[in-house]
Design a protein around this ligand. Structure first.
Ligand code: ADP
Ligand code: MG
Length: 566
């Protein structure tokens, strides 16, 4: 691509050419100074540009498309405020281990560095560093090819993460000979190389596993990310070991698999003697492997690509540092040399708890409560999703998150996309848009009313691009619930209260989407089925009893309560 003068191109065109050459199919962003033309040129060369209403959602879309494809998702932002809006998503991608690149225009270095007050002036690269896996700046068109290659390799190698790539206004308009520019472009070779663990690490792990009387495998989203689906399935099934899926690893094996111990979670964590972590961290989501939930004598095997993760929370007896695919295939090769102990007693005990708990769950799901509670509402959705098993389920909220995770079964890998490692709210619409665009499948977003509010304006984006997204807002009038009173007695709503009786469905009507207000399980079933069948943007306001939510959902223990009453 050349500019007006035949033998010249500029930074903006070359940047687009470099992305195109590296196989970038989609850019998620918000345009403005100085990147508007860059987005236009991207469209011109056939890169899809999805324009959002807020950079955080664009960033979330890029992050989750990285998770789905193992290629860095690209987010484009304008300088200073746009950059900062996107940075939350970049930080979140890094924490979650999703590969993404936030490419941001920036103002004039000479003015920024002397702090002379440029339009949207900020030392963006240095601001980004603590939140990104790495931050780079391209100052000259000659460096674009290397800058893009470094960003890609950093995002996808080892533990994936978010990379910040700063492109200055001066660089975007600087010219370069078109032939020199074209010759400079290249695609990095083997950007995410296999990491093969040592034989001794593999044997140590197998030895420990073969001694276990009550083994357990915990499958995390690192395993989902690695796309070693066959190896995971084979290892679990050939070893016969019960497993627990972490939230975004649900569906790697179907949730109704006979070895799935999800509904006996407390029992298996409390009793397992050897726990094999498969791309899952012993962070807060697993109470750091400590405390009353856990067998204090449990020994750990940990498969992870990042050596620094090992021993981060509990001593790991058998670390296997490598990529999940390579590690598991080596372990599979050794399975016959290290036969597992008979599982009968342990597996029978788990099955007994599973069946008790599923009876309790069935009772909750058959609730006839009116207005609906989380369970009879989710039962209605689950009835519909049973007929649409291969779609994406995006999920955020507090109770809406916890109860959906427990009720909605997943049957395919990487279909459940949720709040992830930070338990962050506001990912819902960005994730939904990316899942529809990148994953090319319908999406249902099951959203708490508060969670939905963080990115609710993106319903316009969903309608503008005519995406097959059905949003169900679990509306209980507030954060956690809608019944709190203002402790000061004034007329302002309590901190957790949102508009009573809000009609979120009306929002999507403004942009031509389909809307439903569901007050009974039957209405909800019809609405969700209608949305999924039509493949059109749909928003269902699902009226939930305002008094039923638990404060902070299942993690109320993390929420400090004032001990002194005034
Ligand atoms: P979850 O929240 O599902 O428990 P985490 O995000 O806590 O999962 O853990 C995922 C782990 O997987 C991280 O420690 C990360 O380093 C690791 N990981 C990511 N990709 C791979 C891979 N390809 N092979 C092995 N480990 C991986
Ligand atoms: Mg985890």
């Amino acid at each position: 691509m050349t500019t007006g003068q035949d033998n010249l191109t500029d930074g903006m065109h070359l940047m687009v050419d470099a992305l195109k050459k590296n196989g970038v199919e989609t850019i998620f962003g918000v345009v403005g100074i100085p990147v508007t033309d860059l987005a236009r040129h991207a469209q011109e060369v056939g890169i899809r540009y999805i324009g959002f209403r807020h950079e955080q959602s664009a960033g979330n879309a890029a992050a989750i498309s990285g998770f789905l494809t193992k290629k860095p998702g690209i987010c484009l932002t304008v300088s200073a405020p746009g950059f900062l809006n996107g940075l939350t998503a970049l930080a979140c991608a890094t924490i979650n281990g999703f590969p993404m690149i936030q490419i941001s225009g920036s103002s004039n270095r000479n003015i920024i560095d002397l702090q002379q007050g440029d339009y949207e002036g900020l030392d963006q690269m240095n601001v980004a560093k603590p939140f990104a896996k790495a931050a780079y700046r391209i100052n000259r068109p000659e460096d674009i090819a290397v800058g893009v290659a470094r960003a890609i390799r950093t995002a996808v190698s080892g533990r994936p993460g978010g990379v910040y790539l700063d492109i200055t206004t001066a660089m975007l308009s600087a010219t370069i000979d078109a032939d020199v520019a074209a010759k400079s472009l290249f695609v990095p070779v083997d950007p995410a190389p296999k990491q093969i663990p040592s034989n001794s690490a593999v044997e140590r792990a197998m030895r420990l596993l073969a001694q276990a009387k009550k083994p357990l495998i915990i499958i995390g989203k690192g395993a989902a990310y690695s796309q070693a689906d066959e190896a995971v399935k084979n290892f679990v099934e050939k070893s016969g070991i019960p497993y627990l899926p972490m939230s975004m690893a649900k569906g790697l094996l179907p949730d109704n698999h006979k070895q799935c111990a999800a509904s006996a979670r407390g029992y298996v964590l409390g009793n397992a003697d050897v726990v094999m972590l498969l791309g899952a961290r012993l962070n807060w989501l697993l109470t750091h492997g400590k405390g009353k939930k856990w067998n204090p004598d449990a020994q750990f095997i940990q498969l992870d690509i990042d050596a620094t993760e090992i021993d981060s929370n509990r001593p790991i007896a058998a670390p296997v540092v490598g990529d999940i695919g390579s590690s598991l295939s080596l372990m599979l090769d050794k399975l016959s040399s290290y036969p597992m102990q008979p599982c009968k007693e342990w597996c029978d005990a788990i099955d007994k708890i599973k069946s008790e708990n599923s009876t309790k769950m069935a009772t909750k799901l058959s609730s006839t409560s009116q207005p609906m509670n989380y369970f009879n509402a989710l039962k209605a959705i689950s009835d519909v999703l049973d007929k649409h098993r291969d779609i994406y389920v995006v999920n955020e909220g507090a109770n809406t998150l916890d109860d959906t995770r427990n009720v909605i079964n997943m049957y395919h890998p990487r279909r459940r996309l949720d709040c992830g490692t930070w338990g962050v709210m506001g990912v819902g619409m960005g994730y939904s848009i990316a899942a529809a665009v990148t994953g090319k499948r319908p999406v249902i977003a099951i959203e708490g009313d508060s969670a939905f509010g963080f990115s609710g304006m993106e319903v316009e984006t969903i309608c503008r691009y005519k995406l097959p997204v059905t949003i169900v807002v679990f509306n209980n009038n507030g954060i956690y619930r809608g019944t709190d009173k203002n402790l000061g007695g004034g007329s302002d709503p309590a901190p957790t209260t949102l508009t009573i009786g809000a009609r979120y469905d009306k929002m999507i009507e403004a942009f031509g989407g389909a809307s439903f207000n569901a007050t009974t399980p039957e209405e909800l079933r019809t609405a969700v089925e209608g949305g999924l069948q039509s493949g059109k943007p749909t928003l269902v306001n699902c009226v939930i009893d305002p008094s039923v939510g638990l404060e902070s959902g299942h993690i109320g223990n993390l929420n400090p309560k004032s001990t002194i009453k005034k």
